[in-house]
Design a protein around this ligand. Structure first.
Ligand code: SF4
Ligand code: SF4
Length: 229
């Protein structure tokens, strides 16, 4: 057990310990900078389209509260560390010693919270799903509202503005779906934060990883989880 890895999580042990492991390649259990780059690039289109659409609504309808609400939600989730508290503090990547997180998605986030080896509870899962739904759906709903406002004042806005708003709304929706699709099928299917409500790793692999990590295994069993059932 090293000072860098006080909970003796295999993800942070020497890679030589992985040689005989059956989970090699099946889980994103080793730090891989390419995964981080891919994760960041994957969320750029949806965030750019969301901001573009909300700024457009602000300019056309002269109403800025949607952009302010969206920015406040994103700042709370990422800037104030709500996501890292309810989600990441349960993740094996969080267990490394140090002041900043290193992982495939939020590398660089400050580690304000202690490591929690037990699974996320129901309240944490509910808050996380509400925030994720807000980040993806709120801009689309506001833009759809913009279409409706333009449609009922068609004479004032004109055909091109209406078609433009429809295009921006469809593009924002598609970018959000693209983000979710890649997240679910590339990241969530291999993620070692097994109690996240989006996680898709099969139970036998979860059990195998827990069996290698006594601190997690004990915490999961204390919370009622049964290995091998
Ligand atoms: S589960 Fe642990 S031991 Fe196995 S490959 Fe991943 S990091 Fe290595
Ligand atoms: S849950 Fe995801 S973003 Fe959070 S520490 Fe784990 S890998 Fe990183």
């Amino acid at each position: 057990m090293s000072t860098q890895n006080p909970h003796n999580i295999c993800t942070w042990n020497e890679e030589s310990g992985c040689v005989a492991c059956g989970l090699q390649g099946k889980l994103n259990c080793r730090l891989n900078p390419r995964d981080f780059t891919f994760f960041v690039l994957n969320q750029v289109p949806s965030l750019v389209m969301a901001l573009f659409g909300l700024i457009l609504i602000g300019l056309l309808a002269e109403t800025w509260w949607p952009l302010i609400v969206y920015a406040a939600g994103c700042i709370a989730l990422w800037g104030l560390g709500i996501e890292t508290r309810i989600l990441c503090s349960h993740c094996p990547y969080w267990a490394e010693d140090g002041k900043t997180l290193r992982c495939s998605a939020l590398t660089g986030s400050p580690k304000w919270w202690r490591y929690r080896p037990e699974p996320m509870n129901k309240l944490e899962k509910t808050i996380l799903l509400l925030f994720f739904s807000f980040v993806v759906l709120f801009p689309v709903l506001i833009e759809a509202y913009g279409i409706w406002v333009m449609a009922i004042d068609y004479a004032g806005f004109g055909l091109y503005a209406l078609l433009g708003m429809i295009g921006v709304t469809v593009a924002t929706l598609m970018a959000g779906l693209q983000f979710l699709y890649i997240l679910r099928y590339y990241f969530c299917s291999k993620c070692v934060n097994f109690s996240c409500p989006l996680n898709r790793v099969a139970k036998p692999m979860v059990d195998e990883y827990l069996a290698k990590n006594a601190v997690m295994k004990e915490a999961w069993e204390r919370s009622g989880y049964k290995l091998g059932q």
